[in-house]
Ligand binder design. Structure first.
Ligand code: HEC
Length: 123
């Protein structure tokens, strides 16, 4: 008789599912904070922290299929519009999904993004 794996198939599937969640939920893809939302509201008056969070969720959902997610800070803020334009077709992005995703990426690619508290004044 051929030796079989000591781990039952169902358990292996469960482990694979957990591993996927760990990778996709990667802590390094920053969550937008209240400070990020305040910065974003200066660019787009109607934007909320919830919309930025939705943009992050869309980014994870639509853009992780083919390659590792590029961290927002990896590209300059001004480059993201072009990247999203280029990838929109590949990702089958709906028009309504584009704006929240781009706003998340633009907001989180600026220097100092992800801070939970305002930097203390110098001196
Ligand atoms: C159907 C597959 C696919 C999907 C889905 C996809 N990409 Fe890509 N992406 C690629 C390929 C292939 C490359 C690398 C080759 C290239 O640059 O064309 C790439 C490259 C990139 C790069 C790097 C460009 C550079 O100059 O280094 C960025 C940024 C990027 N993708 C962003 C995104 C975003 C944002 C989304 C979601 C809207 C997305 N991708 C969804 C296939 C995909």
């Amino acid at each position: 008789m051929r030796p079989t794996s000591p781990i039952p198939t169902s358990v292996r599937w469960a482990l694979a599912a957990v591993a996927t969640v760990v990778v996709v939920g990667c802590a390094s893809l920053a969550q937008p904070t209240a400070i990020d939302a305040a910065w974003a509201a200066e660019q787009w008056p109607e934007v909320t922290q919830a919309e930025l969070q939705r943009g992050r969720a869309l980014y994870v959902k639509r853009c992780a299929g083919c390659h590792a997610l590029r961290l927002p800070e990896r590209f300059p803020t001004s480059a993201w519009q072009q990247h999203v334009d280029e990838m929109a077709k590949r990702a089958h992005l709906l028009p309504a999904e584009r704006e929240p995703m781009l706003r998340y990426l633009v907001t989180m690619s600026r220097p100092g993004a992800g801070a939970k508290e305002a930097p203390s004044p110098p001196g």
